[in-house]
Design a protein around this ligand. Sequence first.
Ligand SMILES: Cc1cc2nc3c(=O)[nH]c(=O)nc-3n(C[C@H](O)[C@H](O)[C@H](O)COP(=O)(O)O)c2cc1C
Length: 172
Amino acid sequence: MDFRDLVMERYSVRQCDTTREIPEEDMQLILDAAVQAPTACNNQPFRIYRIRSREMRERAEQWYNRAHFRTAREVLLIVGEDAAAYVYPDKENNSLYTDTAIAIAYMQLQAEDLGIGSVWINAFDRPLCARDMGLEMGRETPVALLALGYPLPDATRPTRKRKSMGDLVKTI
Ligand SMILES: Cc1cc2nc3c(=O)[nH]c(=O)nc-3n(C[C@H](O)[C@H](O)[C@H](O)COP(=O)(O)O)c2cc1C
């Protein structure tokens, strides 16, 4: 897809076609988009868990208990590795959230290019997720869930509401 079309057509798909599986080769492309994404100092301070077992999927649905999430065909959990993130010169901040955000955005765009919808989920219960996953908070940070699946055949992209470029961009 033309890149401009990709940017304009992507939207958060919150109702997936539960009858349509995502081909494995497409999942590999989506995951590789995260592998190829840029990170500060090339540290790649994250891991991605593919939630495939019924048991872990049921647990994930407790972390984020929403009807739309239950329609996803694939669920990814992106976990930041705090010690691997690049520490900025102020010594107080690091690149963890920036790096993981870029990787997730790359995966969303790759998915869109394959006709696969996605929704980024941050409003999930992180302590519960960490407990179920055996993650040590502060060392391993659950950053986001990415839910993937084909939009329903009759789905239409919602009207997009955005601030104007003038509101967001200043030439100085
Ligand atoms: C950092 C981040 C966190 C988000 N968390 C959630 C979430 O928890 N649940 C949800 O339904 N959508 C979530 N979204 C999706 C946004 O609501 C959505 O991207 C935004 O409203 C713009 O709509 P669009 O993606 O359709 O263009 C999140 C998006 C981002 C980038």
